[in-house]
Design a protein around this ligand. Structure first.
Ligand code: HEC
Length: 255
């Protein structure tokens, strides 16, 4: 039994190693979906900077009012385009065909993107745009190479440029052949070449808020589920205490 277990773990080990080694470096998003202030700021950023291209078509404005602690009027005024009503979904006005003509790819719906990509990926992605003359939009992204999306937050973050490192050419053996690798330019980091209206700290907070909002819309019931969960656990703890005293009481005379 033990031997089988050990063999199993050993067999699985290379899989774990390969899965973790290929990954890109991701920054930690550290989101807190129980912070209503963060969710409110994130919703505002989403509405200002993303909703012009992306929908979140499973999200109804009314639900935002309920979960984010806003009035319906506040939601309609601040988060929805002018023609929208409180029971509408967060759908972009742009036609998918037009979007495809403009960008080559239609911007995907973002309702579930926090689940498919994960919050750390989103956080790093939104911070990793840099200028690239060779791209049609003028932008590229470290995490999503040659993305069709232009940097939506450049006014806040400022403009980043890529820093390249020269990796010298070298000769190596491939089988019996001698191969010469050319000198390569490898992207080694990003630097701000034009300041944005936010400091680095403020921008990190803004992206954190935005990603918190994306995490919330991917599973809106989570906020309620977690707060109900705490009460259930408290109830069980108190109930256990009572059950224990009753048990003591019942058995007191039986000895
Ligand atoms: C000008 C239009 C435009 C704006 C504004 C925009 N995006 Fe995008 N976005 C795109 C396009 C186009 C793609 C598809 C990129 C591709 O596939 O190369 C995309 C892709 C993405 C993806 C990758 C989805 C995936 O899993 O492949 C994420 C995440 C994303 N956008 C988030 C955002 C967020 C968050 C904002 C607001 C801060 C935003 N976008 C603003 C056009 C836009």
């Amino acid at each position: 039994m033990v031997r089988k277990l050990v063999a199993g773990v050993l067999l699985a080990l290379p899989l774990v190693v390969t899965a973790s080694s290929g990954g890109e470096h991701l920054e930690q998003a550290n989101t807190n979906i129980n912070s209503q202030a963060s969710l409110q700021r994130g919703a505002q950023l989403f509405s200002n900077y993303c909703l012009s291209c992306h929908s979140a078509s499973y999200v109804r404005y009314r639900r935002l009012a309920d979960d984010l602690g806003l009035t319906e009027a506040q939601v309609l005024e601040n988060l929805a385009p002018t023609t929208e009503k409180i029971d509408d979904m967060m759908v972009v006005a742009m036609l998918p065909e037009d979007a495809e003509t403009w960008f080559g790819v239609a911007p995907p719906d973002l309702t579930l993107v926090a689940r498919s990509r994960g919050v750390d990926w989103l956080y790093t992605f939104l911070k990793s745009f840099y200028l690239d003359d060779e791209r049609p939009t003028g932008w590229n992204n470290v995490l999503f190479d040659n993305t069709a999306m232009p940097n939506p937050l450049w006014q806040l973050q400022g403009i980043q440029a890529a820093v390249f490192e020269e990796r010298a050419g070298h000769a190596s053996l491939a089988g019996s052949k001698l191969v010469y690798a050319q000198t390569e330019h490898v992207l080694s980091g990003l630097e701000i070449i034009e300041e944005g209206i936010m400091t680095e700290e403020e921008f990190d907070q803004a992206v954190n808020d935005l990603v918190t909002f994306l995490e919330y819309i991917a599973e809106p019931s989570r906020i309620k589920r977690e707060s109900v969960g705490i009460w259930v656990l408290l109830f069980l703890a108190v109930f256990t205490l009572f059950a224990y005293f009753m048990y003591k009481d019942y058995w007191r005379d039986v000895k």
